[in-house]
Ligand binder design. Structure first.
Ligand SMILES: Cc1ncc(COP(=O)(O)O)c(C=O)c1O
Length: 351
């Protein structure tokens, strides 16, 4: 599907997608109310549907993935608590230090492999205030990211997720899943989202990434968790009014943009294998498990970016010799072939 108002091919992120004509029509036709007063029917329909889909009691529609995570962290923790996550986790790297500023929490970082922690690593990272003579912060929350963005779009097996949740429970910690790309994890692993999230107290789900909605994330959890989350959303300035316009885009995405994620994964694999054959580039193929490809390059990444940009192709630099390619709703087979052809022509030597 193209439906993108440009002849450039944008591989920087799956957040660049624009609402399709059909999605815009669904938005235009949405019934709306005042969500702060709790009577926007489309928001209510989205929340009910997502809660049921994820096997949780309740859901809350919010503006962004960062807001969903921030509300979840704040709801689960109190100042002086500690959050366990991988060292590459989005909540640690890219959310403005919200865990510190908004929650007053510290973070215990785990050195996972490609963004994925093991149950033993999680166990070793949890420090409890009780019994420490007042020395330790209170390990209160374990947070997994699935798929793991900086890990390469890697995903956890359901067994690993269950085992991490069991360790957290045993040691008195709550569990949160940053499921910004949980549907990618589900399509890639063939395990349905409710099962993946079974052991987790809360899950944040983004609709503005691979699912192609313009705005919006949903946080799911128990009724009492979502009641508290609702209060934090208000305090964070996230109470909104006729949000049904946006919820309609998310409902449309659930109907039309979930199954197709497999196409993004297939294209990412094709790009990864083709670039890895060229001497200029190398890709750790074991990490290419969903819609992302992190590419190491011999030349400085900014030079590679300029060359590709001159051919109408945009990618994202993520290091001095590293860049990222993401396949999404607007990327076609033709776009993938165009990228591969440009790379073969510009850097023709085989590895
Ligand atoms: C894993 C992960 N979590 C959360 C977010 C935050 O989403 P948003 O940009 O909507 O705040 C992102 C954004 O890319 C992400 O990759």
């Amino acid at each position: 599907m193209r439906e993108h108002p440009s002849s450039r091919v944008d591989f920087r992120s799956d957040t660049v997608t624009q609402p399709t004509a059909a999605m815009r029509e669904a938005m235009a036709n949405a019934s709306v109310g005042d969500d702060v007063l709790g009577d926007d029917p489309t928001v209510l329909a989205l929340q009910d549907r997502v809660a049921a889909l994820f096997g949780k009691e309740a859901a809350l529609f919010v503006a962004s993935g960062t807001m969903a995570n921030a509300i979840a962290l704040r709801t689960h923790t109190s100042p002086g608590d500690e959050i366990v996550c991988d060292r590459t986790a989005h909540i640690y790297r890219y959310e403005g230090g919200g865990y510190a500023a908004l929650c007053g929490a510290s973070v215990a970082l785990v050195n996972g492999e490609h963004g994925l922690m093991t149950p033993d690593q999680v166990r070793a990272a949890i420090r409890k205030a009780e019994g420490s003579g007042g020395h330790y912060p209170n390990g209160q929350l374990v947070c997994v990211e699935n798929t793991a963005n900086l890990g390469g779009g890697t995903w956890y097996s359901v067994q690993a997720l269950d085992a991490i949740a069991a360790v957290a429970r045993e040691l008195g910690c709550a569990t949160h899943m940053d499921g910004a790309r949980i549907f990618n994890a589900s399509v890639a692993s063939g395990v349905d989202v409710a099962r993946l999230c079974e052991g987790y107290d809360s899950v944040s789900i983004c609709f503005s990434k691979g699912l192609g909605a313009p705005v919006g994330s949903v946080l799911v959890g128990s009724k009492s968790f979502i009641q508290q989350a609702h209060r934090w959303r208000k305090m964070f300035g996230g109470g909104w009014r006729q949000a049904g316009l946006l919820a309609a885009a998310c409902l449309h995405a659930l109907d039309h943009h979930v199954e197709r994620l497999g196409e993004d994964h297939r294209r990412a694999q094709q790009v990864a294998e083709a670039l890895n054959r060229l001497e200029q580039f190398s890709v750790d193929l074991s990490t290419v498990q969903s819609n992302m490809v992190y590419v190491d390059c011999r030349a400085p990444a900014n030079e590679v970016l300029s060359t590709l940009a001159a051919h109408g192709i945009d990618v994202l630099d993520t290091g001095a010799h590293r860049f990222r390619i993401v396949c999404h709703l607007h990327i076609t087979d033709e776009d993938v072939n165009r990228l591969i052809d440009v790379c073969r022509t510009q850097w023709p030597v085989d590895a």
